[in-house]
Design a protein around this ligand. Sequence first.
Ligand SMILES: Cc1cc2nc3c(=O)[nH]c(=O)nc-3n(C[C@H](O)[C@H](O)[C@H](O)COP(=O)(O)O)c2cc1C
Length: 369
Amino acid sequence: MPNSPADPLVSPLQLGPLTLPNRVLMAPLTRSRSKQPGDIPWELNARYYAQRASSGLIIAEASQISPQGKGYAFTPGIHTDDQAEGWRLVTDAVHAAGGRIFLQLWHVGRISHSDLQPNKQPPVAPSAIRAESMTYTSKDSGRVPVSEPRALEAGEIPGIVEDYRLAARRAIDAGFDGVEIHGANGYLLDQFLRLACNKRTDEYGGSLENRMRFARMVAEAIAAEIGPERTGYRITPCGGLDDPNNPADHPAETFGALAETLSSIGLVYMHAVERFRTSPDENRLESTLGAIRERFKGVYIANGAYTGDTARHRISSGLADAVAFGRLFISNPDLPMRLYKGAELVEPDQSTFYIGDERGYTDYPAMDL
Ligand SMILES: Cc1cc2nc3c(=O)[nH]c(=O)nc-3n(C[C@H](O)[C@H](O)[C@H](O)COP(=O)(O)O)c2cc1C
């Protein structure tokens, strides 16, 4: 792609040891197309990601770090040798196509169903509070409400931190350039941060420092294992569990403090879902993002409902270093070139987002040049 200094979207960006050729990143997207049994990535997934290798950085879909970390049918894992071998097909294909790829590490916490859990146990959570959320447990289940979780014992938490560490190691050994810790969208680490679902009275609940403890332990363990320059962290500072009528969550304070903690560990980036399926109060969102930008010294990746023009503006005004695109990358595999050229964009077909075959997955063509 021609490198025009006039277009901030195609200016290179240093991310730890990696030089990203552009700032149009691919956001993590669950597509629920892993091979069964075993939640194993395979050739179809390799083809899909290789088609999107012109992205400055692919952040591959959320992948469970353990059987307990699973919340939806057909999502891939990164806790068995077979899964790691499957991911090797993906990372080799992306690298052969000239790309760079991180893997998002996922523990869903309470967003699961006992049918998806080992021995049909209830899912785990900071406190035994059921989420108002849906999942799918099989191809034909349709959407079903998540199960009532059980509260984790404090003594179980180091074991989950260890699962994260091992998953990060497996990801690097499978050829990923780094990992993104999934601390967003109401999953386990986000659940611990939020007062609405963390009612604990031990060292993982109550004060902000306590609610951040689990996230800090995970970030430290992964950074020690694979290097902070290969570790990113995703958040949803104003959305999801964050009830706009509940000022007790104080997003600027909460996520500003998290940003400072992650910065002190040296993580290479923070990535925020700024808006997705919610319309956060814009003033509150901007002040929260400002606190994060000020207190996190690494790269900041913005995401959520961006267009080429709003992304350009966000980067050139210094408020973000890069922008991740989700839905547009589903239907425009060559999105960086399309944005650069101002070409027409294809809208994705929502009915093929989750589960299924190559339709709506690898059959969106690149544009004719
Ligand atoms: C089909 C689909 C799957 C998604 N899967 C994930 C995921 O695995 N991990 C994650 O952090 N966010 C996930 N998201 C959220 C996206 O990464 C992104 O934040 C959201 O689509 C907003 O960005 P966009 O407006 O550019 O699409 C998903 C979104 C969609 C539409």
